[in-house]
Design a protein around this ligand. Structure first.
Ligand code: ZN
Ligand code: FE
Ligand code: FE
Ligand code: ZN
Length: 272
């Protein structure tokens, strides 16, 4: 398989955005072409869900662009028959939006839904524009409140995958308290609800310089046998499959021998 130093029968990138979220660049077909060049067998788009009453015009797909999402994916499926293309969503979890999310998700035939926490209340804590608030909020409180929300997200029954598990580390602000229990409870909630983890390489492009979740969290996830899905969180076509080779080596060293894919919300396992 070109780009990889060994034979892989399957390789997929399940966390891919596009120009449709308004902070990404490149058409769906350009991302698919990048995956094909790398010899991927499958690519899954997880565009940011349109949300009511959220004032971030460049933060997500607009309602009016939603039909385009389907159209561009269908066109790419015709243009690139050599690769399987999945349609997913990255849905922000807000406790108060559970009804909205469940209606939206039920209305369209998605292959999978990634549940992600990007907001603590009205604060989009992973947006570079608002990093100043980490110190006002208190870094330890950010982590505690984040994992509390993550457990609610894992238990709400709407999602297949939990996105970028330890996202609060993005800008390199590390907690001063021991988070072992928070992390353990959160992994157990994911495990008990039968969800998968997004192994997301975008952290390598960010100040933290680490994948989400960190290697130590992934070791514990493996002990619990939590399924994993690979994702680059690409926001431009050059980021498709970002550092997958080294991350696959790490996953194998940890003991993972399978990755996963989804079709119409059904999970399948693939040899890693
Ligand atoms: Zn994004
Ligand atoms: Fe995200
Ligand atoms: Fe994303
Ligand atoms: Zn993401």
């Amino acid at each position: 398989m070109p780009g990889f130093g060994w034979e892989l029968t399957h390789l997929n990138d399940y966390h891919v955005h596009s120009h449709l979220c308004r902070h990404g660049e490149g058409k769906i077909s350009e991302y698919v072409a990048a995956a094909v060049i790398q010899g991927m067998t499958e690519i899954g788009f997880a565009e940011h869900i349109p949300l009511p009453q959220i004032d971030d015009p460049d933060g997500r797909m607009h309602w009016s662009d939603f039909p385009l999402y389907y159209k561009e994916i269908e066109a790419a499926q015709k243009a690139f028959p050599e690769i399987t293309i999945r349609i997913g969503l990255e849905a922000d979890f807000f406790p108060e939006y559970v009804d909205y999310l469940s209606r939206f998700i039920a209305d369209y035939p998605f292959d999978y839904i990634i549940g992600s926490i990007h907001f603590l209340g009205d604060w989009n804590f992973d947006h570079p524009k608002y990093v100043g608030r980490y110190h006002d909020y208190g870094i330890d409180s950010v982590y505690r409140d984040y994992y509390y929300l993550l457990r609610q997200a894992a238990g709400c029954g709407l999602f297949d995958i939990i996105g970028h598990f330890d996202l609060p580390k993005k800008y390199g602000y590390l907690p001063t308290i021991d988070l072992t229990d928070e992390i353990e409870m959160s992994l157990l909630e994911i495990h008990n609800n039968g969800l998968a983890l997004d192994v997301n390489t975008s952290g390598l492009r960010k100040p933290s310089g680490e994948i989400y979740p960190s290697a130590s969290i992934l070791r514990r996830a493996k002990e619990l046998d939590i399924p994993i899905v690979l994702g680059s969180d690409a926001h431009n076509p050059q980021e498709v499959g970002w550092h997958f080779q080294e991350v696959i080596a790490l996953l194998r060293e940890i003991g993972y021998t399978k990755i996963h894919s989804f079709e119409k919300r059904q999970r399948f396992c693939l040899d890693l």
